[in-house]
Design a protein around this ligand. Sequence first.
Ligand code: ADP
Ligand code: MG
Length: 705
Amino acid sequence: METGYVNVAEIFGENVFNDSVMQARLPKKVYKKLKQVVEEGRELDLETADVVAHEMKEWAIEKGATHYTHWFQPLTGVTAEKHDSFITAPTANGKVLMSFSGKELIKGEPDASSFPSGGLRATFEARGYTAWDCTSPAFVRQDAAGATLCIPTAFCSYTGDALDQKTPLLRSMEAINEQSLRLLKVFGNTTSKKVTPSVGPEQEYFIVDRQKYLQRKDLIFTGRTLFGAMPPKGQEMEDHYFGAIRERIAAFMRDVNEELWKLGVTAKTQHNEVAPAQHELAPIYAEANVAVDHNQLAMETLKKVAGRHGLQCLLHEKPFAGVNGSGKHNNWSITTDDGINMLDPGRTPHENVQFLLVLTCILKAVDRHADLLRESAADVGNDHRLGANEAPPAIVSIYVGEQLQDVLSQLISTGAATHSIAGQKLETGVRTLPDFMKDATDRNRTSPFAFTGNKFEFRMVGSQDSVAQPNVVLNTIVAEAFSEACDVLEQAEDFEVAVHDLIKKYATEHQRIVFNGNGYSEEWVEEAEKRGLPNIKSMVDAIPALNTEKAVRLFEKFKVFTKAELDSRVEIEYETYAKEINIEAKAMIDIATKQIIPAVIHYTTVLAESINAVKAACEADVSAQTEILTEVSALLAEARKALKKLQEVTGSAATIPEGREQAVYYRDVVKAAMDGLRAPVDQLEMLVDKAMWPMPSYGDLIFEV
Ligand code: ADP
Ligand code: MG
């Protein structure tokens, strides 16, 4: 193992065509033009693009690149790319040149027909377009394929409909930019020119040994174990969380960090998580679209580097039943170009008023669109976490902490807040609103949406999901609340009175969304129901939130999605759900038929032979062997029956109309049949000779990495 010294500052961003590279390599005029385009969101002209493309190519070739690719994020959950080499047609003397034009940089035309479009793209018009997102820098990725210049792009249909995660994200960033600037302006800010949502996604994952992984067809096909009895020791000792990182994992993490740093990803924090073999990686927060791209790179890098270390990275939300699952905490704030974090309680009473308005606008946004936020975190794997007695609950609520809660309560009951429980001196100059201190209250780990001092932490997102959609929703719903507040404040005769009244109104009308208690408790479920908060337990039930009248109005108003785009996403999500459960069911059938049942039969044969052999040899008591044989045989019969049932219901799925109906069928009928098969098989695993069991156990997988 190489233990050489790494100069982080030197390698950081070395494979990124970032600002300093552009400044150094591009002619001054071109550099200025490009900066302008990035900052003001204008269109890049072909002449400038040609110069940028040429320099980008030269730089990439110096890094060993032979190919370039438009790197995009279709609605499959993973990134897609199609590689083209830089070579041109051979000249008369048989030599090739390396070329890359501005047109190739800014626009690509992948065949869109193999990506999900939910009916947006008629098959006769299969063309799709990728367009350079020049706000996310290009990079060179080095791997077994050599080096490839990757150009982050958005992906649209021929008619301009978004077929990806990035297009709506960029649109939502524009929406929140515009409405935040309006809000700042009514508070007298004339200096801020741009407001950007910042995102820091904390990534959880599992690491297992690759040789063992390869013996588990369920992990290979579905990313999670479909069978598996609990090991004698689980996570009850809590000795893994923040524990010392084992050598093998440490070496892997070191490599991951190095790779990510080279790509300009600010890998910052790493630690062991709650479950054995579970870990976390967090970057330093970045602009939302860059953070989304970087999170995709982080997930790809975790998988790739794990392979090199003889390990396998599992990004599934619930690789092991009964063991803590993995999520992705989406830390979100909104920051101006001159460094003001709008979620930071300020130092002056004036800043505090603005903060309170922002806060209560967010209460309103989340309360009104709790269903959309819940939907943004819905994926098939996440159903095993949200609403399944695991963190966090499926009910969206906001944690604001004791101090803020106290201020809100005073506002609601008396219309003024005159004191603050953290005990600091009150600034009573303006409208009797108190001064705040950051981190005046304890942290709450059970809330799905927690205020953590100067940002919100949305904890529902699944570990393998893109963080794009949660941020699209957050940006847009908050933009809407800001816009409605500005509609009032811009017309107000007495600004101070108006803003005070709005804060009080929002705090009062939306207090039901605030919950500071234990989000995992049964009492909360009952309480939330009394408050009328939605408790959406499955992805299938979350999907309709995407194109309700309320959602269509919201997204169309801020030009984030058209109704057609929303309808298409609904269709894609139902389809994805049905497809994924279908794969799981088929994988179970395959594994049970070809591996587990034969292994159990083998064991019963050995048992029966041993009974006969003992009987023939002596008068010894064989009741123990007989008992085991009887028990195993009974479970085998049960498993066989359950297998038949699963085959039958999976086979019938095709007869159910596609879309919602089929998805509901998979959830209610197929999943139940899967559980029916798993139960006897897991019991068998506890009885059958370990040497004969056809795959590594949970214990082998999570304790012996
Ligand atoms: P913890 O696990 O204690 O919640 P971590 O340090 O693991 O905290 O992760 C916190 C994440 O929040 C990091 O990615 C960090 O960069 C990000 N973050 C910090 N401040 C902000 C902010 N103002 N806006 C958005 N994200 C932030
Ligand atoms: Mg963390």
